[in-house]
Design a protein around this ligand. Structure first.
Ligand SMILES: [Zn+2]
Length: 311
């Protein structure tokens, strides 16, 4: 407990220092949004019919799949230079390998959350070991991130469930957004929120930083000039793009909202009328590949999913 308090003090002092040094020409972090996950939460319009309420031109930045030895520090430098705070959904085994980068994210004032331990391909939905294997991988990832990022070591304490960890940021995002009703219910029972996303950079596809910037800005506009954005901090093209993205957001009058763990549940806002899940299309494409693979016609490897023609 004393360690936790010291960490909070460190994090707060880092945040205060950042605010003091931030001049008005920087993008900055406009406001902090506490998000409560009591009895579970499902947000992000690509998957769920609800999201975090944002005002016009407000954006939440999220990064998945790190930490990465080369690209994550570049992104952290870019965020620090503009006094911007984001949320990192980390892969547990990457956090195990690079604890100093996971720790830096926390000390820089960012929210660090969970994205499984092994990021299994074929996702949590089609894992050979079924739901038990999925739970074990998610939980192991949480323990790794709590240790690497927050300095909370559960070795020898034998925690059984996510709620036993009392996570610093009980936010979880599924690889490929491939949730299941059973896993969502388990996470809800553990007061862990499930985070989809409102828009994505499609940066799992290799592109130039210029192409990615153009894509992100056009999608932001199509999303009503606001939303929770997903990027990946393990890709060089994204690391190269982030400084330009932050300048562009500043130039176009966007404001950054930083999500942190909060009390209670929410806030959320319902999806607009006519909403539908877009991630089921992505997961459906993946399932087709897996079915083909089971017939021996497709080899192992990452499964790229191209954006729909309408995106
Ligand atoms: Zn991922």
């Amino acid at each position: 407990m004393r360690i936790a308090a010291a960490l909070v003090a460190l994090t707060l002092s880092a945040g205060v220092a950042m605010a003091a040094q931030c001049s008005p020409d920087k993008l900055g972090t406009e406001r902090v949004q506490p998000v409560g996950t009591k009895r579970g939460l499902e947000v992000g319009l690509k998957t769920y019919p609800a999201t975090i309420p944002l005002a016009d031109h407000e954006v939440i930045l999220t990064f998945d799949d790190g930490p990465d030895a080369v690209n994550t520090p570049k992104i952290l430098d870019a965020l620090a230079a503009e006094c911007v705070r984001a949320t990192f959904f980390e892969i547990g085994r990457n956090a195990d390998a690079l604890p100093q980068i996971a720790r830096r994210e926390v000390l820089d004032g960012h929210t660090v959350a969970f994205h499984t331990w092994s990021h299994p391909q074929p996702t949590m939905r089609y894992l050979p070991g079924g739901e038990a294997a999925a739970r074990a991988d998610i939980f192991k990832g949480m323990i790794s991130v709590e240790k690497a990022a927050y300095g909370r070591d559960f070795t020898g304490l034998d925690p059984k469930e996510p709620k036993d960890l009392k996570p610093q940021a009980p936010f979880f995002r599924y690889p490929g957004f491939a949730d299941t009703a059973e896993l969502n219910a388990w996470l809800a029972a553990n007061d862990v929120g499930v985070f989809g996303v409102d828009l994505w950079a499609s940066d799992w596809i290799k592109m130039t930083p210029e192409e990615e910037l153009k894509l992100v800005m056009s999608r932001l506009h199509k999303s009503g000039d606001k939303g929770m954005l997903l990027m990946h901090d393990n890709h060089p093209w994204t690391a190269a793009m982030v400084p330009a993205l932050l300048r562009e957001l500043k130039a176009k009058g966007f404001k950054i909202v930083h999500m942190v763990a909060g009390p209670g549940n929410g806030p959320t806002v319902p999806a607009p009328p006519g909403w539908r899940s877009e991630t089921e299309r992505v997961i459906g494409a993946l399932k087709w590949r897996l079915d083909k693979k089971s017939l021996g016609r497709i080899v192992d490897g990452p499964i790229p999913v191209k954006p729909a023609p309408t995106e």
